[in-house]
Design a protein around this ligand. Structure first.
Ligand code: NAD
Ligand code: DAU
Length: 345
């Protein structure tokens, strides 16, 4: 696999994946296609931008002519598709960009990849396509899809398109579905980087509802190893689940963060819940263990301490983001949640 094309490589997981690939495989060449939306940040890859094995192309996966040029200009063996609108709260405010990028963009990408006869395609999907669990049980690859947010519905639709291209055309695709990632370079609208940066600045931490929702946390580099395994050893037509086997209630995670940062629990502020908020995600990753010889390796508390340290030292990185478009989004979102929290509690 001499050259791979990654979409969305300037985002959180994509940038970690590209860095990991170039470190892991000295001969690997990577082409990164990214539109640079609010979530795409070239600074996430500033340390490798002059590596001769790396090439960046700014563009939209929905632009068929651009994607055809991207694939023919530098023929690639495989495509790893990360590019997406990825934030559930934003999909509740406006589902349009989610349908456009996550569904239409995936369809365009599948068509151009098929025409280019690539040998392997990885669809990076999410455990949220399975919906929500009660107090017990786990998502397996056989769990029926039951997405609950516009974000997860758009991801499930994309997964179904990928599935159909495998069945109809023999397109060499695998699908991966992962739980909540944490680690460096995550955009600070998501729970962990938002709460860490707020706490560092003695600002309140807006916990949705009662904070009893459960997420399964996995270090981003464990996810990247899983995608690498699916890319190189996965069987086409198959789905692989990845998770960190670390289930935590949001409120417990928040308290742990405050303890590690040496900040008071009075920073916790319960705010209006996310509409349609999924209660619990938990992943059964035994298929990835047995068929890909993969398992999560980063111990959660150790990974969390390292992640906190990273955000503590990356104040310029965070300030650059917080002074852009994100500033007005967060102000509006937070104001609305605080004003109306009494309505739903
Ligand atoms: P992110 O929001 O940090 O990054 C998304 C990237 O895609 C950005 O660089 C953005 O500029 C780019 N992009 C968006 N629209 C584009 C378009 N039309 N054309 C080209 N580029 C475009 O997202 P992330 O958290 O790194 O997630 C990456 C992928 O992994 C997504 O598909 C997401 O659904 C999936 N996933 C994320 C998690 C998680 O916990 N973050 C867990 C499981 C799966
Ligand atoms: O499970 C995988 C998914 O994890 C990915 O597919 C998504 O792209 C990714 O964004 C993430 O989705 P979540 O909605 O679980 O992540 P988020 O960080 O937005 O929220 C995590 C939990 O914390 C969730 O229960 C909502 C809650 N929350 C979130 C924010 C931003 C709060 O209580 N307060 C907040 O301010």
């Amino acid at each position: 696999m001499k050259r791979i094309l990654v979409t969305g490589g300037c985002g959180f997981i994509g940038s970690n994946f590209i860095r990991d690939q170039l470190t892991r495989y000295p001969e690997q060449e990577v082409v990164n296609v990214d539109k640079l939306t609010y979530a795409g940040n070239p600074a996430n890859l500033s340390d490798i931008e002059n590596d001769p094995r790396y090439r960046f192309l700014q563009g939209d996966i929905c632009d068929r002519a651009f994607m055809e040029r991207a694939l023919s200009g530098s023929p690639v063996d495989a495509v790893v598709h990360f590019a997406a609108e990825s934030h559930v709260d934003r999909s509740i405010l406006d589902s349009g960009p989610f349908v456009e990028t996550n569904i239409v963009g995936t369809q365009v990408l599948l068509d151009v990849c098929r025409a280019a006869e690539i040998s392997r395609y990885v669809q990076v999907s999410t455990d949220e396509v399975y919906g929500s669990l009660g107090d017990e049980g786990f998502f397996t690859e056989e769990t029926p899809l039951a997405p609950n947010s516009p974000y997860s519905a758009s991801k499930a639709a994309a997964d179904m398109l990928v599935r159909s291209y495998f069945h109809t055309f023999g397109f060499p695709a695998v699908i991966t579905r992962c739980s909540n990632n944490y680690g460096p370079y995550q955009f600070p609208e998501k729970l962990l980087p938002l709460f860490i940066s707020n706490a560092i600045n003695d600002q309140s931490l807006p916990v949705y509802g009662t904070g009893e929702n459960v997420r399964d946390w996995i270090h981003v580099l464990d996810h990247c190893r899983g995608i690498d395994a699916a890319l190189r050893r996965g069987k086409v037509g198959e789905v692989y689940n990845f998770g960190g086997e670390t289930e935590l209630r949001n409120i417990d995670l928040t308290r742990t963060l405050l303890e590690l940062l040496g900040k008071p629990e009075s920073l916790i502020q319960f705010v209006r819940d996310r509409p349609g908020h999924d209660l619990r995600y938990a992943i059964d990753c035994s298929k990835a263990r047995s068929e890909l010889d993969w398992s999560p390796e980063v111990e959660f508390r150790h990974g969390l301490e390292e992640t906190i340290e990273w955000y503590q030292t990356q104040t310029a990185w965070i300030q650059n983001i917080k002074s852009g478009e994100y500033r007005s989004y967060y102000a509006a979102q937070y104001k609305d949640r605080l004003q109306t929290q009494g309505d739903t509690e």
